[in-house]
Design a protein around this ligand. Sequence first.
Ligand code: ZN
Length: 461
Amino acid sequence: MKKILLIIFCNLCIASAFAQDKCGAQMLKESIIARHPAFAAELDRIQAAQSVQLTALKKAKLYGAAEKTTSTGTVPIIFHIVLNAAQIAQLGGIEGIQERADSQIAVLNRDYNAGNGDAYLIPAAFKPVYGNVGITFGLARLTPSGGCTSGFEIDTTTAPGFDYNGTAGSQQGFSNAKYSITGGADIWDSSTYLNVWVINPTSPSGILGLTVPLSYIGGASGFTSAEEGVILNYGSFGVKSPNVQYFLNGAAGGRTLTHEIGHFFEIWHTWGDDNGACPWDPTGKDDGIADTPPEGNSHSGSYNMPLPTVTDNCSDSASGIMYMNFMDYPDDPYALLFTQEQALQMQSNIISGGESYSLTTHPAVLAGQGCPNLAVANMSTINTFSISPNPTNGPVHINIGNDGQSQKITVINVLGQVVKTIIPSANVSIYTIDMDGMQKGLYFVQCYFKNGMVSGKIILQ
Ligand SMILES: [Zn+2]
């Protein structure tokens, strides 16, 4: 018994050691109200309206099915990677970023479709409310102008990161990362793409993610649609594999974005961001969700297995709080479920008539018909290269410039197949490729520099 008590005590120790907010949701809410006091009443109206919406859906008997009843299209995600050269290198360069983007999408599709293999770890008391959100995600393959993309764009900065307070747009919520004029990346049409900015938050530095949902746009908040979407700490982007990769403690499983997209679809922290109040307190708001138990404050850190029962000042049953919910703060391995009612709330925003329905109506953006399996849209202006002659009937000279920093040059056909690879030598800037005898048509050249990849086209006549 002593041992068990000690283990539980240690769990709480770990939890308190990570008491700092992982997610900026409460900070954002409070900073908007500080700047725009009228937003407090507006937020109450937003949450009341969502409650009414949820009640109506329950009455429509959608609730209880635990499965989505309306099929939705896939949501295109674009990752705006706004990092400096050292941070891009920490992610493994272009190839590492592609791996992270791919693994991140896989996690989302698993967690949002009741497909997470670790769901068996959910305590027995909560298994009956395990929900299937039924939303699928994919990497965007077309840019807003119809060009090809691999689902991320890299905007190489020289800055170490971004502060919560900015000078552009709303001037809060790391807004400078969302505008090119302040060294960030401009949003892609938020009615087509779910925008995720992958950055290094420098102040406060512990933030793993922060989301501006559609309900915050316009009105008294000071936010415009130019900032709708998710800020993601680059140390919690994707899934760790192999072990040498850079990740922040507890955030190597891709679940930060699972949590943040929950906010994007208008669900909130399980404890309600109400500073410890319980639902029955005068100021207690909790999360407005019936099948997540009342909870005082966030719970974070790691836990022993099987997961222990944890109670806090708001617990109203022997089963305790649902700290393993995606909308609480556990380390990634202990975040296991959305509930059925959380799923219903999110579904209500993505089905026909919902605020985010338009995101599901762009299959062409996901298909990227005609795009090779490559084409990273790169915004780096630090490195350039030239191709001549172009068009060509055989020989092509690729000049990577005097700095000789390119690490790899590849030529790829329209099917995405690599047809030539060159590993540049030190102090050599011009490389000649002979394409004589190859099938005529369009080819893509990718030059991998230390701080990013730049692509170009060759026309073989
Ligand atoms: Zn959050």
